[in-house]
Design a protein around this ligand. Sequence first.
Ligand code: SF4
Length: 250
Amino acid sequence: MTHHPPKKKDIFDAVIDYVQYLQTEDTASAEVSVERLTAFRQALSSNRSGGGGSAPASGGGLAGVAARVAACRKCPLGQTRTNTVPGQGSATPEIMFVGEGPGADEDAQGLAFVGRAGQLLTKIIAAMGMTRDEVFIGNIVKCRPPGNRVPSPEEMEACLPYLHEQIDLLKPKVIICLGATAVRGLFGGDLPGITKIRGQWRSYQGIDTMPTYHPAFLLRNPPAKRDVWNDMKEVLRKLGRSVPEPKGKD
Ligand code: SF4
């Protein structure tokens, strides 16, 4: 049996990539703290184990985006986060979910939609006949706004290039916008409220995009689950998938 020791060269390459990246970000001297390297390692490993699917583990691709997010301090949210949350899932998804930003659980774990709202999202995905590994789940901002406040327009603007890169790499057939902030992030602030526009197809950079309610809203307003399920059925029809009958009444 062959035992493969850790590849030190890969580790050094990753650290060198990281330091070079910091230097290109107007960082005159790169602060290579344990915290930053740990965040970087976490970003790489989350991309290896579902965070980036088959994307390369360093350099470009989803892992490259995650690495740059891990080092990012472009907006004030970078000062208060515990972990960055670049998003995770399939590297070749038919569906990309886009939420608002990480909450406390996501900030603690570095993973998107893992708290109560995330568990409800998992149920919605299962009701669609899919698993979380088959879709990609991300957010408009990659760092938690303190107290779960709505990210400011400036914070969203600073972070959106990462989402754009992810969309370019993932090439989803459908984007599902979860909640008003996600809609505002992708389409600007001139649209009517989410209650008016949910369920109506829009186009985001040529990709069919379905706005619907955020799962956190559904936790507060269970009757709205019916609307979200109707929206998800539209998505399944658009993808040419069969529409399963949801089990149970929720
Ligand atoms: S929220 Fe986005 S732009 Fe702001 S520090 Fe985090 S990764 Fe950077």
